[in-house]
Design a protein around this ligand. Structure first.
Ligand code: AMP
Length: 145
């Protein structure tokens, strides 16, 4: 059964290239729609909740930077322009699962580092995304150069 709708989740670092390459290949070979998503994590979340200062300006900067990076990616991978590229706030696992469910994605493609423990096989976000995923998940191994 070919995949119909592939969702590639990117962290917008230079490491996302091999992940996008793999997702593009698969979308071509399966004749599938390709969507891309990046989640901007709320700063308060990174600081563990209560932060005694206003982070809204920093948060906006972070969102604007992500938007610019996404535009660069669209210029680099012209086929992404026609694909659905989404930028949203939240927790990566939750938002990736939600997007996949709402858009009937049947494959999620993420990168995986291999760091420690289970992360020897899967990077932490990849591991997170795998658990409770509403569809297949492909973890593209990222080799450190
Ligand atoms: P990490 O565990 O942070 O090294 O990330 C592994 C992979 O998870 C990345 O290569 C992306 O595919 C995905 N990922 C990480 N952070 C995000 C994010 N904020 N938004 C979307 N995907 C992400």
């Amino acid at each position: 059964m070919p995949y119909n709708h592939i969702l590639v989740a990117v962290d917008l670092t230079e490491e996302c290239d091999p992940v996008i390459h793999r997702a593009r290949e698969l979308s071509v070979s399966n004749g599938a729609t390709l969507s891309l998503v990046h989640i901007v994590e709320p700063m308060a979340m990174a600081f563990g909740g209560d932060v005694p200062m206003d982070l809204s300006q920093l948060q906006q900067q972070q969102f604007d930077q992500a938007k610019e990076r996404l535009e660069q990616l669209k210029r680099k991978y012209t086929e992404l322009e026609s694909a659905n590229c989404h930028l949203t706030y939240g927790q990566p696992r939750q938002e990736i699962h939600l997007f996949a469910k709402e858009n009937n994605c049947d494959l999620i493609v993420v990168g995986s580092h291999g760091r420690h423990g289970l992360a020897l096989l899967l990077g932490s976000t990849a591991n997170d995304v795998l658990h409770g995923a509403p569809c297949d998940v492909l973890a593209v191994r990222l080799i450190k150069s």
